[in-house]
Design a protein around this ligand. Structure first.
Ligand SMILES: [Zn+2]
Length: 459
């Protein structure tokens, strides 16, 4: 493991966005917390599908991680997944002093595909470019060639003072259109700019603006252009920046995040940055203001070592530890991904896997929503009561054995992954699943209550 210098770590930037709730009837967060004793059947591992886009500046000069550097890429995923799986105790406690913590978040990121793009525009996330927003560019009102002065309408001293060191005059052939400001003044509602370089008399389009830092770290343009706005995966973009600065990232959406300059970053620091940005993607906010009441009331930011006094070790903080998530942060993510049908498709939990079959051996009530990736087998004479949403995997069945009951009490059994689940199969038992009970009176029963519903099945 590469040891990273504290100054490098201190300069890694990231930004915070959050996703909002789309449904109102979610259960309490605590129902979704995967406690150590919680069954993996009802509190399954949430596996998020990711597509890695590596954007080269050019084919010849990638200025990025190389797509065949699988050692780097796999190590990054390993570190990120380890940080979500092997959580440490909190260094900073919530107001009530509660020290309880969850060692394994049961959240996993799976690398499905690597795609390479050669695209210098997509690559360059922070650069110097012409300011063309707001009131810019300014329209030139008049030019006094003798005084080498340009007049524009409006009072722009503030902007000129902070940004107007070098100006760009559209259509000017002299100096490639770039001029420097010697001084400026306002009279009434007009601003006069005196230029250092001699103005040419050939200005065509009469507009003026300046160079500024353009920051596309959090933009969605790459997701739209390079991933076709796909919502079936989390698209991870490895990009770069022509401006001089260390690695940075942004996770503004459940469908994409940006990570720039990882090739120049410490290996582990890159993974720590990725874990943090993925945290934003899946719904977590920064910990300087607590999102949940099991977080400390304050958390000092600044890529400083975590401590027991003011700096947390939370993945969503700006600290050098980043190895803790609170039970409610974890529960919230599971709650979102169990209920919000817009984001369930980014999970791999809709891929059928018989090793995740659930056997109902006792009368069971599911109060919370669950992502089920295997079959559900209700044993003879047993009862399953569904009170919330059950998202079934593609092709998965519910086997309703002799005299068993499936009671959908206000709940919904469906497929939220863009396909269809199998359906309910009335059978003698799972081992005799092709046979029906002898007498119809012994058939398993499906009972709908309180607007309970079943849909998106193929049978
Ligand atoms: Zn952040």
């Amino acid at each position: 493991m590469t040891k990273i210098s504290s100054s490098l770590f201190a300069l890694i930037l990231s930004f915070c966005f959050s996703i909002s709730l789309t449904a109102q009837n979610f259960n309490l967060i605590k129902d979704y917390i995967p406690e150590e004793f919680s069954s993996v059947k009802t509190h399954p591992i949430l596996t998020l599908k990711t597509t890695l886009h590596i954007v080269y500046r050019t084919k010849e000069n990638p200025q990025n991680i190389l797509a065949n550097d699988l050692k780097f890429i796999n190590q990054q995923y390993l570190w990120v997944n380890n940080s979500y799986k092997n959580l440490k105790k909190p260094t900073l406690l919530p107001e009530n002093g509660e020290t309880y913590y969850i060692p394994d978040s049961r959240i996993k990121f799976r690398l499905d595909t690597i795609i390479v793009h050669h695209d210098s525009v997509a690559w360059d996330r922070i650069y110097r470019g012409l300011a063309m927003n707001g009131n810019l560019p300014w329209k030139i009102d008049s030019i006094d060639i003798n005084k080498n002065t340009i007049k524009i309408v409006g009072k722009w001293e503030g902007l000129l003072r902070s940004r107007g060191d070098s100006l760009v005059i559209g259509g000017s052939n002299g100096n490639d259109g770039v001029y420097h400001t010697s001084s400026f003044y306002t009279i009434e509602n007009n601003t006069y700019i005196i230029l250092k370089e001699k103005l040419d008399n050939d200005i065509i389009d009469g507009y003026i603006t300046y160079y500024r830092k353009i920051d596309k770290n959090c933009w969605k343009d790459n997701w739209e252009k390079l991933a076709n706005s796909d919502k079936n995966s989390i698209h991870v973009f490895y990009t770069g920046a022509s401006s001089t600065q260390p690695a940075f990232g942004c996770g503004p959406s459940p469908y994409f995040l940006n990570l720039s300059k990882l090739d120049l970053n410490g290996d582990y620091a890159s993974a720590s940055l990725t874990a943090h940005e993925l945290g934003h993607c899946i719904g977590l906010r920064h910990t300087n203001v607590p999102q949940f009441n099991d977080l400390p009331p304050k958390d000092k930011f600044g890529f400083i070592p975590c401590d027991t006094i003011s700096v947390s070790n939370n993945i969503m903080g700006y600290n050098k530890c980043r190895n803790y998530l609170s039970p409610k942060q974890i529960g919230f993510i599971h709650q979102q991904y169990s209920n919000d049908t817009a984001i369930i498709r980014t999970t791999a939990n809709g891929e059928y896997n018989s090793s995740n079959n659930i056997k109902i051996r006792l009368k069971t009530t599911w109060e919370k929503s669950i992502l089920v990736s295997g079959d559900i087998i209700i044993k003879p004479g047993r009862k399953l009561i569904v009170k919330n949403m059950v998202s079934m995997a593609e092709g998965a069945n519910i086997y309703l054995s002799k005299k068993a009951k499936l009671i959908i009490d206000g709940g919904l059994i469906t497929n939220n992954h863009g396909g269809k689940w199998g359906g309910v199969i009335i059978c003698k038992s799972y081992s005799k699943r092709t046979k029906k009970p002898f007498r119809k009176a012994n058939y398993g029963e499906i009972i709908f209550k309180n607007e309970g519903l079943m849909n998106n099945s193929s049978k």
